[in-house]
Ligand binder design. Sequence first.
Ligand code: LLP
Length: 384
Amino acid sequence: MYNQFPLAKLKEVETPFYYYNMQLLEDTLGVIKTEADKYGFHIHYAVKANANKRILEKINSFGIGADCVSGNEVSASLNAGFPADKVVFAGVGKADKEIITGLENNIGCFNVESIPELEIINELAEKHGKVANVALRINPNVKANTHHYITTGLEENKFGIYIWDLEKVMDKVDELKNVSFEGIHFHIGSQINDLDSFKQLCTRVNELQEWFAERRAFPRIINVGGGLGIDYEKPDENPMPNFEKFFKIFSDFLELKEGQEVHFELGRSVVCQCGTLMSKVLYVKEGVNTHFAIVDAGMSDLIRPALYQAYHKIENLTSSLEEDKYDVVGPICESSDCFGKAVTLPKTGRGDLIAIRSAGAYGEIMANQYNLRALPKAVYSDEI
Ligand code: LLP
């Protein structure tokens, strides 16, 4: 049902562009809300995955908060209507002016990753006559079985506070007057389909809870981050991940104390399947061992295959001829500008509409202007 593209209309739009199925986004948000509400869990959408205003507004309409990693993301979330107290600001390198944006808007929480950052937030908060709510991002040293560029919760990664530094950090929190300790924050990585990694995270959180209890500190918020993976291979069979199973793990394995809230920062799993990069074939060129289908979208529009060797399902929406194999490549002057090698497609020719699926997360938002190309446009299913 979600793979029905309005072809006649799409063919009229100038390519390349991102097409967003707003019904799928809405249905996904509905399931997330229902499943999270079962346990009273709170969701903050990771804006970094896709910050389109229409998408942010839709997400906000479900009463979900915003997880931001820059001052501009904080502003974009507020502009899209997210209430300031539901905006959290994370990131390993927050600049002073970004911190000030958060303070001036009285955002809900800063997720802090180091002592020097804590000191600067305290200093700026004092200057602005505020007390900043902070959660400590702890590096849990839990391995997520995913691409090494997108694992974040290992000791070798730059993120978070090491467990052995916690004592020092909490001493600092106690000493500083303009920060208020609200909770602890974790994120082990992205595109995680092995749910055991989340069980391990729960175990680590439980151990840390004991440490905080002994210290008589109370983290009111337990933020377990994002990371739930989606099915890039079969977007039609699995248009949504199994949110029911995902949330149940945290309900089953986290040992919560009275008055604690569990927060999640889901990005990819919210928006990925609703987005498709649409492109037209410019030329088919005969290679030595393959045909090259040269399309008008490139790595500047969707960088994931070039950057992470990521797989995206590729379809020819307008041909139904006999199948052949193609290397689907873009026009950019880099050999890595390739969306897929030896992709089986119906016989493909100039002008065919090519869909690169599961591109709603980390697609348009990571687009750039390399080769001085224009940024891709967005088309929404309910506006076309
Ligand atoms: N919270 C924190 C602290 C994060 O670093 C991230 C993602 C998220 C939440 C959201 O994770 P998600 O639910 O989307 O997995 N550009 C890469 C992904 C980078 C993810 C960075 N952090 C990609 O295209 O695969």
